[in-house]
Design a protein around this ligand. Sequence first.
Ligand SMILES: Nc1ncnc2c1ncn2[C@@H]1O[C@H](COP(=O)(O)OP(=O)(O)O)[C@@H](O)[C@H]1O
Ligand SMILES: [Mg+2]
Length: 375
Amino acid sequence: MANIFSEGKKEREIFKNEEVLYPEYVPEILPHRESQINEIVFALKPLAKAKKASNLFLFGPPGTGKTASINYVIRELEEYTERAKALYINCFDISSRHAVLSELARFFSIALPRRGIAGDEILARILERARTIDFRPLIVLDEIDRLGSEEASKLLYDLLRMDVKQKPSVVLISNYREFVAFLDARVRSSLAAILVEFPRYSPTELKDILRERAKYAFYENCIEQDAINLAAAFAAKHGGDARIAIELLLHAGRIAEAKNKEKLTAEDVKEATKKIVVVPLDRIVANLNEAEKIILKIIAKKQPIISGELFESFLEEAKDKEIAKSERSYRNMIARLSALKLINAEETNLKTRGKTRRISLAVNKEELLSRLDNK
Ligand SMILES: Nc1ncnc2c1ncn2[C@@H]1O[C@H](COP(=O)(O)OP(=O)(O)O)[C@@H](O)[C@H]1O
Ligand SMILES: [Mg+2]
Protein backbone atom coordinates (compact mmCIF):
# COMPACT_ATOMS: atom_id res chain seq x y z
CA MET A 1 0.00 0.00 0.00
CA ALA A 2 1.19 3.52 -0.69
CA ASN A 3 2.39 5.57 2.24
CA ILE A 4 -0.20 8.08 3.40
CA PHE A 5 2.27 10.93 2.82
CA SER A 6 3.16 9.96 -0.73
CA GLU A 7 1.78 12.49 -3.16
CA GLY A 8 0.83 10.05 -5.87
CA LYS A 9 1.46 11.01 -9.43
CA LYS A 10 1.18 14.72 -9.92
CA GLU A 11 -0.07 15.61 -13.35
CA ARG A 12 -0.25 19.32 -12.94
CA GLU A 13 1.64 21.86 -10.94
CA ILE A 14 0.48 25.37 -10.44
CA PHE A 15 3.10 26.50 -7.92
CA LYS A 16 6.33 27.72 -9.46
CA ASN A 17 7.73 28.60 -6.03
CA GLU A 18 5.51 28.12 -3.01
CA GLU A 19 8.03 29.68 -0.62
CA VAL A 20 7.28 33.12 -2.01
CA LEU A 21 4.02 32.88 -0.05
CA TYR A 22 5.60 31.86 3.26
CA PRO A 23 5.31 34.35 6.13
CA GLU A 24 9.09 34.84 6.53
CA TYR A 25 9.72 35.64 2.86
CA VAL A 26 10.94 39.20 2.33
CA PRO A 27 9.77 40.38 -1.12
CA GLU A 28 11.96 42.37 -3.50
CA ILE A 29 9.40 45.12 -3.79
CA LEU A 30 6.69 46.28 -1.41
CA PRO A 31 3.90 47.98 -3.36
CA HIS A 32 2.18 50.85 -1.53
CA ARG A 33 4.88 51.17 1.08
CA GLU A 34 7.12 53.51 -0.87
CA SER A 35 6.41 56.52 1.34
CA GLN A 36 6.93 54.63 4.62
CA ILE A 37 10.17 53.13 3.33
CA ASN A 38 11.36 56.55 2.19
CA GLU A 39 10.70 58.00 5.62
CA ILE A 40 12.61 55.17 7.29
CA VAL A 41 15.53 55.51 4.89
CA PHE A 42 15.62 59.26 5.37
CA ALA A 43 15.83 58.86 9.15
CA LEU A 44 18.45 56.10 8.98
CA LYS A 45 20.60 57.68 6.29
CA PRO A 46 23.35 58.82 8.71
CA LEU A 47 24.02 55.14 9.49
CA ALA A 48 25.42 54.69 6.00
CA LYS A 49 28.19 57.09 7.07
CA ALA A 50 28.51 55.37 10.46
CA LYS A 51 26.80 58.33 12.14
CA LYS A 52 24.02 58.29 14.71
CA ALA A 53 20.59 58.22 13.05
CA SER A 54 17.21 59.34 14.38
CA ASN A 55 15.21 56.85 16.39
CA LEU A 56 12.00 55.59 14.82
CA PHE A 57 8.61 54.36 15.94
CA LEU A 58 6.67 52.34 13.35
CA PHE A 59 3.05 51.62 14.15
CA GLY A 60 -0.08 50.26 12.50
CA PRO A 61 -2.41 47.24 12.63
CA PRO A 62 -1.19 43.68 11.97
CA GLY A 63 -0.33 42.73 8.41
CA THR A 64 0.38 46.25 7.18
CA GLY A 65 4.00 45.60 6.25
CA LYS A 66 5.88 46.97 9.28
CA THR A 67 8.15 43.96 9.72
CA ALA A 68 8.58 43.44 5.97
CA SER A 69 9.51 47.10 5.44
CA ILE A 70 12.14 47.26 8.18
CA ASN A 71 13.68 43.97 7.06
CA TYR A 72 13.81 45.29 3.54
CA VAL A 73 15.57 48.46 4.69
CA ILE A 74 18.02 46.50 6.87
CA ARG A 75 18.91 44.26 3.96
CA GLU A 76 19.59 47.24 1.72
CA LEU A 77 21.58 49.04 4.40
CA GLU A 78 23.82 46.07 5.11
CA GLU A 79 24.37 45.48 1.40
CA TYR A 80 25.36 49.09 1.01
CA THR A 81 27.78 49.44 3.91
CA GLU A 82 29.70 47.49 6.51
CA ARG A 83 29.87 50.49 8.77
CA ALA A 84 26.40 49.89 10.17
CA LYS A 85 24.96 46.63 11.46
CA ALA A 86 21.43 45.85 12.52
CA LEU A 87 20.16 43.63 15.30
CA TYR A 88 16.55 42.62 14.71
CA ILE A 89 14.66 41.36 17.76
CA ASN A 90 11.07 40.21 17.91
CA CYS A 91 9.93 40.80 21.49
CA PHE A 92 7.30 38.13 21.06
CA ASP A 93 10.10 35.57 21.43
CA ILE A 94 12.62 37.65 23.38
CA SER A 95 10.35 39.13 25.93
CA SER A 96 12.34 40.66 28.79
CA ARG A 97 15.01 43.30 29.32
CA HIS A 98 17.43 40.56 30.35
CA ALA A 99 16.77 38.50 27.20
CA VAL A 100 17.15 41.52 24.93
CA LEU A 101 20.41 42.56 26.62
CA SER A 102 21.69 39.00 26.22
CA GLU A 103 20.93 39.17 22.49
CA LEU A 104 22.69 42.50 22.26
CA ALA A 105 25.74 41.00 24.02
CA ARG A 106 25.80 38.19 21.47
CA PHE A 107 25.48 40.74 18.69
CA PHE A 108 28.57 42.49 20.08
CA SER A 109 30.36 39.10 20.23
CA ILE A 110 30.55 39.15 24.01
CA ALA A 111 30.75 35.68 25.50
CA LEU A 112 28.43 35.44 28.49
CA PRO A 113 29.08 32.86 31.22
CA ARG A 114 26.78 29.85 31.13
CA ARG A 115 25.69 30.22 34.72
CA GLY A 116 23.89 33.41 33.68
CA ILE A 117 24.53 36.89 34.98
CA ALA A 118 22.34 39.78 36.02
CA GLY A 119 21.02 42.26 33.47
CA ASP A 120 23.09 45.11 34.91
CA GLU A 121 26.25 43.06 34.59
CA ILE A 122 25.44 42.28 30.95
CA LEU A 123 24.83 45.97 30.37
CA ALA A 124 28.20 46.86 31.89
CA ARG A 125 29.94 44.48 29.50
CA ILE A 126 28.00 45.84 26.55
CA LEU A 127 29.02 49.38 27.45
CA GLU A 128 32.65 48.40 27.67
CA ARG A 129 32.50 46.67 24.31
CA ALA A 130 30.56 49.48 22.66
CA ARG A 131 33.59 51.72 23.13
CA THR A 132 35.68 49.62 20.79
CA ILE A 133 33.34 48.46 18.04
CA ASP A 134 33.94 49.91 14.60
CA PHE A 135 30.36 49.91 13.30
CA ARG A 136 27.23 51.84 14.07
CA PRO A 137 24.59 49.60 15.68
CA LEU A 138 20.90 49.73 14.79
CA ILE A 139 18.62 47.95 17.24
CA VAL A 140 15.16 46.99 16.01
CA LEU A 141 12.63 45.98 18.65
CA ASP A 142 9.61 44.56 16.84
CA GLU A 143 6.36 44.02 18.78
CA ILE A 144 7.88 46.06 21.61
CA ASP A 145 4.50 46.18 23.40
CA ARG A 146 5.02 42.51 24.30
CA LEU A 147 7.53 43.68 26.91
CA GLY A 148 4.94 45.80 28.69
CA SER A 149 5.61 49.49 29.17
CA GLU A 150 7.60 49.18 32.40
CA GLU A 151 10.00 46.56 31.15
CA ALA A 152 10.31 48.40 27.83
CA SER A 153 11.00 51.67 29.68
CA LYS A 154 13.78 50.06 31.71
CA LEU A 155 15.37 48.54 28.63
CA LEU A 156 15.11 51.69 26.55
CA TYR A 157 16.50 53.76 29.39
CA ASP A 158 19.62 51.58 29.24
CA LEU A 159 19.90 51.64 25.46
CA LEU A 160 19.27 55.33 24.93
CA ARG A 161 21.60 56.38 27.71
CA MET A 162 24.57 54.41 26.38
CA ASP A 163 27.23 57.08 26.44
CA VAL A 164 29.61 55.66 23.90
CA LYS A 165 31.09 56.75 20.62
CA GLN A 166 29.01 54.30 18.58
CA LYS A 167 25.70 55.12 20.24
CA PRO A 168 23.02 52.82 18.83
CA SER A 169 19.94 53.97 16.98
CA VAL A 170 16.67 52.35 17.92
CA VAL A 171 13.62 51.36 15.88
CA LEU A 172 10.50 50.43 17.85
CA ILE A 173 7.56 48.67 16.20
CA SER A 174 4.09 48.19 17.64
CA ASN A 175 0.52 47.53 16.57
CA TYR A 176 -0.72 50.52 18.46
CA ARG A 177 0.22 54.14 18.37
CA GLU A 178 -0.37 54.83 22.06
CA PHE A 179 2.48 52.60 23.11
CA VAL A 180 5.03 55.40 23.19
CA ALA A 181 2.74 57.48 25.39
CA PHE A 182 2.88 54.68 27.99
CA LEU A 183 6.66 54.84 28.29
CA ASP A 184 8.43 56.55 31.13
CA ALA A 185 8.60 60.32 30.53
CA ARG A 186 12.42 60.42 30.67
CA VAL A 187 12.59 57.63 28.12
CA ARG A 188 10.09 59.35 25.86
CA SER A 189 12.08 62.54 25.77
CA SER A 190 15.41 60.89 25.04
CA LEU A 191 13.78 58.63 22.47
CA ALA A 192 12.43 61.57 20.43
CA ALA A 193 11.35 59.07 17.79
CA ILE A 194 10.14 59.92 14.32
CA LEU A 195 6.69 58.37 13.84
CA VAL A 196 5.88 56.37 10.74
CA GLU A 197 2.32 55.17 10.32
CA PHE A 198 1.36 51.99 8.46
CA PRO A 199 -2.35 52.21 7.60
CA ARG A 200 -4.56 49.24 6.68
CA TYR A 201 -4.44 48.26 3.03
CA SER A 202 -7.43 48.97 0.78
CA PRO A 203 -8.83 46.19 -1.44
CA THR A 204 -7.09 47.72 -4.47
CA GLU A 205 -3.75 47.86 -2.67
CA LEU A 206 -4.12 44.25 -1.56
CA LYS A 207 -4.82 43.27 -5.17
CA ASP A 208 -1.56 44.90 -6.29
CA ILE A 209 0.36 43.16 -3.51
CA LEU A 210 -1.12 39.77 -4.40
CA ARG A 211 -0.60 40.20 -8.13
CA GLU A 212 3.06 40.97 -7.53
CA ARG A 213 3.50 37.92 -5.29
CA ALA A 214 1.51 35.64 -7.60
CA LYS A 215 3.96 36.36 -10.44
CA TYR A 216 6.70 34.55 -8.53
CA ALA A 217 4.59 31.97 -6.73
CA PHE A 218 2.55 30.52 -9.61
CA TYR A 219 3.21 29.51 -13.21
CA GLU A 220 1.89 31.90 -15.79
CA ASN A 221 -1.85 31.61 -16.41
CA CYS A 222 -2.29 29.32 -13.43
CA ILE A 223 -4.24 31.80 -11.35
CA GLU A 224 -7.43 33.58 -12.27
CA GLN A 225 -7.82 37.27 -11.64
CA ASP A 226 -11.06 36.53 -9.77
CA ALA A 227 -9.14 34.45 -7.28
CA ILE A 228 -6.88 37.41 -6.50
CA ASN A 229 -9.86 39.74 -6.27
CA LEU A 230 -11.63 37.51 -3.80
CA ALA A 231 -8.56 37.02 -1.60
CA ALA A 232 -8.00 40.80 -1.59
CA ALA A 233 -11.63 41.50 -0.71
CA PHE A 234 -11.63 38.98 2.13
CA ALA A 235 -8.40 40.34 3.62
CA ALA A 236 -9.63 43.92 3.27
CA LYS A 237 -12.71 43.02 5.27
CA HIS A 238 -10.55 41.42 7.95
CA GLY A 239 -8.44 44.41 8.88
CA GLY A 240 -6.70 45.27 5.57
CA ASP A 241 -4.19 42.60 6.50
CA ALA A 242 -1.75 41.48 3.78
CA ARG A 243 -0.78 38.42 5.84
CA ILE A 244 -4.31 37.05 5.53
CA ALA A 245 -4.39 37.79 1.79
CA ILE A 246 -1.11 35.97 1.12
CA GLU A 247 -1.96 33.04 3.38
CA LEU A 248 -5.23 32.62 1.48
CA LEU A 249 -3.40 32.32 -1.83
CA LEU A 250 -1.08 29.70 -0.36
CA HIS A 251 -3.96 27.58 1.00
CA ALA A 252 -6.01 28.04 -2.16
CA GLY A 253 -3.05 26.98 -4.30
CA ARG A 254 -2.64 23.81 -2.26
CA ILE A 255 -6.33 23.07 -2.54
CA ALA A 256 -6.22 23.54 -6.33
CA GLU A 257 -3.17 21.30 -6.67
CA ALA A 258 -4.71 18.61 -4.51
CA LYS A 259 -7.66 18.60 -6.87
CA ASN A 260 -5.30 18.42 -9.79
CA LYS A 261 -6.74 21.57 -11.30
CA GLU A 262 -4.85 23.47 -13.96
CA LYS A 263 -5.80 26.82 -12.53
CA LEU A 264 -6.37 28.38 -9.15
CA THR A 265 -9.88 29.87 -9.17
CA ALA A 266 -12.09 31.98 -6.91
CA GLU A 267 -13.75 28.76 -5.81
CA ASP A 268 -10.47 27.52 -4.30
CA VAL A 269 -10.00 30.82 -2.47
CA LYS A 270 -13.51 30.53 -1.13
CA GLU A 271 -12.74 27.09 0.21
CA ALA A 272 -9.49 28.40 1.72
CA THR A 273 -11.30 31.20 3.57
CA LYS A 274 -13.09 28.55 5.61
CA LYS A 275 -9.78 27.26 6.90
CA ILE A 276 -8.35 30.59 7.90
CA VAL A 277 -8.85 31.45 11.51
CA VAL A 278 -9.93 35.02 11.82
CA VAL A 279 -12.57 35.74 14.38
CA PRO A 280 -14.46 38.67 12.96
CA LEU A 281 -15.06 41.66 15.19
CA ASP A 282 -18.79 41.24 14.60
CA ARG A 283 -18.83 37.88 16.25
CA ILE A 284 -16.71 39.00 19.20
CA VAL A 285 -18.93 42.02 19.82
CA ALA A 286 -22.10 39.92 19.55
CA ASN A 287 -20.89 37.84 22.49
CA LEU A 288 -20.21 40.73 24.84
CA ASN A 289 -22.53 41.55 27.71
CA GLU A 290 -24.01 44.99 28.32
CA ALA A 291 -21.49 45.95 30.99
CA GLU A 292 -18.58 45.10 28.72
CA LYS A 293 -20.05 47.21 25.95
CA ILE A 294 -20.41 50.17 28.31
CA ILE A 295 -16.78 49.80 29.33
CA LEU A 296 -15.61 49.71 25.72
CA LYS A 297 -17.55 52.86 24.89
CA ILE A 298 -15.98 54.73 27.80
CA ILE A 299 -12.49 53.62 26.76
CA ALA A 300 -13.16 54.67 23.16
CA LYS A 301 -14.13 58.13 24.38
CA LYS A 302 -11.37 58.70 26.93
CA GLN A 303 -8.42 56.53 25.97
CA PRO A 304 -5.85 56.10 27.31
CA ILE A 305 -7.59 55.97 30.66
CA ILE A 306 -6.41 54.92 34.12
CA SER A 307 -8.16 51.83 35.43
CA GLY A 308 -9.54 53.59 38.53
CA GLU A 309 -11.07 56.38 36.48
CA LEU A 310 -12.56 53.88 34.10
CA PHE A 311 -14.19 52.06 37.01
CA GLU A 312 -15.69 55.32 38.31
CA SER A 313 -17.06 56.23 34.89
CA PHE A 314 -18.46 52.75 34.55
CA LEU A 315 -20.30 53.02 37.90
CA GLU A 316 -21.71 56.33 36.78
CA GLU A 317 -22.92 55.01 33.40
CA ALA A 318 -24.32 51.81 34.91
CA LYS A 319 -25.96 53.27 37.98
CA ASP A 320 -29.56 52.75 36.80
CA LYS A 321 -28.88 49.42 35.17
CA GLU A 322 -29.25 45.94 36.55
CA ILE A 323 -25.69 44.82 36.03
CA ALA A 324 -22.94 43.61 38.34
CA LYS A 325 -20.97 46.57 39.65
CA SER A 326 -18.49 45.10 42.10
CA GLU A 327 -14.84 45.91 41.66
CA ARG A 328 -14.18 42.23 41.27
CA SER A 329 -16.57 41.77 38.38
CA TYR A 330 -15.10 44.90 36.83
CA ARG A 331 -11.61 43.42 37.04
CA ASN A 332 -12.85 40.22 35.45
CA MET A 333 -14.34 42.13 32.56
CA ILE A 334 -11.10 44.01 31.95
CA ALA A 335 -9.24 40.71 31.91
CA ARG A 336 -11.73 39.25 29.45
CA LEU A 337 -11.68 42.25 27.11
CA SER A 338 -7.93 42.08 27.21
CA ALA A 339 -7.90 38.34 26.43
CA LEU A 340 -10.24 38.98 23.51
CA LYS A 341 -7.60 41.49 22.32
CA LEU A 342 -10.12 44.31 22.29
CA ILE A 343 -8.15 46.39 24.78
CA ASN A 344 -4.60 46.86 25.98
CA ALA A 345 -4.21 47.06 29.74
CA GLU A 346 -0.73 48.23 30.64
CA GLU A 347 0.75 48.12 34.12
CA THR A 348 2.20 51.50 34.99
CA ASN A 349 3.62 53.24 38.02
CA LEU A 350 2.00 56.52 38.84
CA LYS A 351 3.91 58.59 41.38
CA THR A 352 0.74 59.69 43.11
CA ARG A 353 -1.21 56.45 43.07
CA GLY A 354 1.28 53.61 42.93
CA LYS A 355 0.71 50.69 40.59
CA THR A 356 -2.22 51.01 38.26
CA ARG A 357 -3.22 50.14 34.72
CA ARG A 358 -3.56 52.33 31.71
CA ILE A 359 -6.17 51.14 29.29
CA SER A 360 -6.73 51.77 25.60
CA LEU A 361 -8.40 50.10 22.62
CA ALA A 362 -6.47 47.43 20.75
CA VAL A 363 -8.80 47.57 17.76
CA ASN A 364 -9.83 50.32 15.39
CA LYS A 365 -12.09 52.73 17.26
CA GLU A 366 -14.53 53.53 14.44
CA GLU A 367 -14.96 49.89 13.51
CA LEU A 368 -15.65 48.95 17.10
CA LEU A 369 -18.07 51.81 17.76
CA SER A 370 -20.10 51.09 14.63
CA ARG A 371 -20.61 47.53 15.84
CA LEU A 372 -21.37 48.51 19.43
CA ASP A 373 -24.05 50.93 18.28
CA ASN A 374 -26.09 48.64 16.09
CA LYS A 375 -26.25 45.82 18.55
N1 LIG B 1 3.34 46.21 0.61
C1 LIG B 1 3.56 44.88 0.64
N2 LIG B 1 3.98 44.24 -0.46
C2 LIG B 1 4.20 42.92 -0.45
N3 LIG B 1 4.05 42.14 0.62
C3 LIG B 1 3.62 42.73 1.75
C4 LIG B 1 3.36 44.12 1.82
N4 LIG B 1 2.96 44.43 3.07
C5 LIG B 1 2.97 43.27 3.76
N5 LIG B 1 3.37 42.24 2.98
C6 LIG B 1 3.47 40.85 3.37
O1 LIG B 1 2.37 40.56 4.22
C7 LIG B 1 2.77 39.80 5.33
C8 LIG B 1 2.53 40.57 6.61
O2 LIG B 1 3.37 41.72 6.62
P1 LIG B 1 4.23 42.13 7.91
O3 LIG B 1 5.31 43.02 7.47
O4 LIG B 1 4.61 40.90 8.65
O5 LIG B 1 3.10 42.93 8.71
P2 LIG B 1 3.20 43.59 10.17
O6 LIG B 1 4.61 43.48 10.64
O7 LIG B 1 2.74 45.00 9.95
O8 LIG B 1 2.22 42.82 10.99
C9 LIG B 1 4.22 39.44 5.09
O9 LIG B 1 4.27 38.20 4.44
C10 LIG B 1 4.71 40.55 4.17
O10 LIG B 1 5.76 40.10 3.35
MG1 LIG C 1 5.26 42.40 12.30
